[in-house]
Design a protein around this ligand. Structure first.
Ligand code: TTP
Length: 354
């Protein structure tokens, strides 16, 4: 079986971060979110993977993943000229897929479930597609599965006002080449995209079988900043502690803390896990790093408190502030001698809540 990871899209809900890089490269627990999909495919024995890229910053995806060797897979890049929808992106992979069955992973989906069994069942079976469903409390915001009395999938309803079930269709799809003919004849939706739910619906209407697995593990479609903060918390809670840095005297460390090499934790710092700190950071002078916090590589953090937050590589924060539920992008400096007199040099769409 082959694999496809979707790494394109607009990423409008994640501006300003997506002005400078594709959202799927944003780090969660210090790893680009799309690596969750790549690892998941690889763990299920899928090593031949196409990554769909698009937009002027897509070279950053190639820079990171390269030919896949470092990650133990073989990567082919497929360019999408404009985000015309998930089905459009899949349709571009026909040559790559050839006659194989294939798994599609949306690069912004985090799933803490091994998909190996679904892959095995799909490989053995004769169905046209297999999907994963997850119970959600707000089904009206998703594509939702409608099931018959014998439990078979009869319909997928997009963002229903009156949801037939609370089972959302998540962003991992197992498909056969029969989808390509469907996509070739698909009409764009009201938002002018070729939708995956419409393509699956056509399969169902032409009496082709779609099987499904209901997952009960953590799943998140990380489309917004609060989704990313939530996923960061969950991924950190799953990590085993390690400490490759230097710890001075009078440092308080509680809970699971992961510290990379070359990082110094100075006297007087308190860290309350789960917290991950990357390599070559200096955490000093009155810093408190609270639960559910990821600090990237090469950061300097002094005299402030940070919890439930993500600070990316190369940031310098020394401002006496309590920072919570925040995402601070690469190479940001926040400094202040007095938090009341602040000077900001910020790009578009930043949100500062003091
Ligand atoms: P979405 O999150 O639905 O769309 P988006 O990425 O454009 O974001 P926003 O709504 O905030 O503007 O996309 C789901 C996944 O599919 C995501 O990983 C991006 C990817 N994608 C493509 O690769 N190509 C596309 O044409 C589209 C629409 C999405």
């Amino acid at each position: 079986m082959k694999g496809i990871i979707l790494h394109g899209g607009f990423g409008t809900r994640l501006r300003p971060f997506t002005y400078t890089r594709p959202k799927q490269l944003l780090p969660i627990a210090n790893v680009p979110m799309s690596q969750c999909g790549l690892n998941s495919l690889k763990n299920a024995g899928i090593n031949d993977i196409a990554i769909i890229i698009g937009g002027e910053n897509s070279y950053k995806v190639k820079d990171y993943y390269g030919n896949g060797e470092k990650f133990g897979v073989k990567i082919t890049y497929v360019e999408q000229d404009y985000p015309k929808g998930i089905s459009h992106a899949i349709g571009l992979c026909q040559d790559f897929v050839d006659t194989d069955k294939f798994a599609v992973f949306l690069g912004d989906n985090i799933l803490l479930k091994d998909i190996s069994q679904s892959v095995k069942d799909f490989e053995k079976g004769d169905e046209a597609a297999r999907i994963l469903l997850c119970e959600v409390s707000n089904p009206s915001q998703f594509g939702v599965a409608q099931l018959s009395s014998d439990g078979s999938l009869v319909k997928i309803v997009e963002k229903p006002k009156n949801p037939p079930t609370n089972l959302a269709v998540i962003g991992i799809y197992f498909l056969t080449t029969s989808i390509f003919e469907v996509i070739a004849n698909l009409k764009p939706s009201w938002r002018n995209e070729l939708e995956i739910t419409d393509a699956l619906q056509v399969l169902l209407e032409s009496k082709q079988k779609i099987s499904y697995d209901v997952i009960t593990h953590y799943w998140k479609d990380t489309g917004t900043p609060s989704d990313i903060i939530d996923a960061n918390k969950i991924l950190l809670s799953q990590m085993e502690p390690y400490f490759f840095g230097i710890r001075e005297d009078q440092v308080i460390i509680k809970g699971n803390v992961m510290v990379g090499k070359g990082t110094t934790i100075r006297k007087g710092v308190t860290i309350e896990g789960p917290v991950i700190i990357g390599e070559n950071c200096i955490i000093g002078d009155g810093a408190y790093l609270g639960p559910n916090t990821s600090i990237g590589n090469n950061c300097k953090i002094n005299s402030c408190s940070i919890n439930n937050s993500i600070v990316m590589d190369g940031c310098e924060i020394s401002c006496g502030l309590k920072i919570s539920e925040s995402i601070i992008s690469y190479n940001t400096t926040i400094k202040s001698n007095s938090p009341k007199n602040t000077i900001f040099t910020l790009g578009e769409d930043n949100k500062i809540l003091l």
